[in-house]
Design a protein around this ligand. Structure first.
Ligand SMILES: Cc1cc2nc3c(=O)[nH]c(=O)nc-3n(C[C@H](O)[C@H](O)[C@H](O)COP(=O)(O)O)c2cc1C
Length: 153
């Protein structure tokens, strides 16, 4: 989120990097608009969404943030600004991390973005562990015509 521009992208490259201080990393194609906004803003958020948001996530993967002023609104997602960092937090997230960008390093054709977690929140579906009666995770098995979930999963 920078000025009026808002972008977001699905990532599978999430990794936990450190417990103390808490740090996470995401690997991004540098030309992704969301990556450019993260570098400009010096912060980002990671929002975990459940299967109810599959079509919105597919939309986020299909349109570049450079083409729309507010990519989250374009995908039908509501958000608030982070409480600690100036990055959007998607309403209805099962969990969210607010991060400051503390390091970046190029590996091959991707840029590894390392963030220090400054705030974290989770829905009632997480109480030390995930309650899968309340949290229905999306399982990414590849991209064909969009994202889908197992029937009844
Ligand atoms: C499930 C899924 C996971 C993805 N994971 C990553 C990722 O880890 N890193 C990355 O650079 N792109 C990833 N992508 C691709 C970006 O999300 C996609 O290119 C997006 O449209 C980039 O948007 P932007 O240009 O607005 O930032 C993923 C796509 C999907 C569908």
């Amino acid at each position: 989120m920078e000025g009026k521009r808002v972008s977001a992208m699905p990532v599978v490259s999430y990794a936990s990097v450190s417990d103390s201080p808490p740090m996470v990393a995401v690997s991004s194609v540098p030309s992704h608009y969301t990556c450019k906004l993260v570098l400009e803003a010096g912060c980002f958020s990671l929002c975990i969404l459940d299967r109810d948001h599959a079509s919105a996530i597919a939309r986020l993967a299909s349109v570049s943030g450079s083409k729309v002023e507010d990519k989250l609104a374009d995908a039908g997602l509501r958000y608030t600004s982070g409480e600690v960092v100036k990055a959007p937090l998607i309403q209805g997230s099962s969990a969210a991390l607010e991060c400051t960008l503390v390091a970046k390093r190029r590996f091959g054709d991707h840029l590894l973005l390392v963030g220090e977690v400054k705030a974290a929140s989770a829905s009632e579906a997480f109480d030390g562990f995930w309650d899968f009666a309340k949290y229905r995770p999306l399982l990414y098995t590849g991209w064909r015509d969009g994202l889908t979930t197992l029937p009844g999963a």
